[in-house]
Design a protein. Structure first.
Length: 127
């Protein structure tokens, strides 16, 4: 089963590191990704730019509201992710515990699943 390990960071955290600290943190994350790749578990990995360059769209068509970042109300941002293949949630949680980012951020573990699940007796999209 596929799980997403979301790296949830305080928005200004990256700016508090020296260049050397930032490079070391990035190198540790790369080594973690390489180890997952060697184990055949890694499906995708990506670091994300700061939310300062993000754009949010609410609504659709002509009525869509477009909001440019940074977002003042944001207490955290998604800094990146690992998409991994694990046999169970427990296995994915173990990977999250081993992720270097768990030392400075929250690693949220989410199973990939359809947003429509007829088995729950509910029809429609979950929001």
């Amino acid at each position: 089963m596929d799980y997403l390990l979301l790296i949830i960071e305080p928005p200004a955290q990256r700016g508090t590191r020296t260049e050397a600290e930032g490079r070391e943190a990035y190198a540790r994350m790369q080594r973690f990704g390489e180890a997952l790749q060697a184990q055949g578990r890694l499906k995708a990995v990506q670091s994300l730019a700061s939310h300062a360059s993000a754009v949010r769209v609410r609504g659709s068509g002509h009525r869509a509201q477009v909001l440019d970042g940074p977002f003042a109300e944001a207490k955290e941002m998604v800094g990146g992710f690992f998409l991994v293949d694990c046999a169970s949630l427990a296995e994915a949680v173990d990977l999250a515990r081993d992720c270097p980012a768990a030392e400075w951020a929250t690693v949220e573990v989410r199973a990939l699943a359809p947003c429509f699940d007829d088995s729950l007796g509910v029809t429609g999209v979950f929001t």
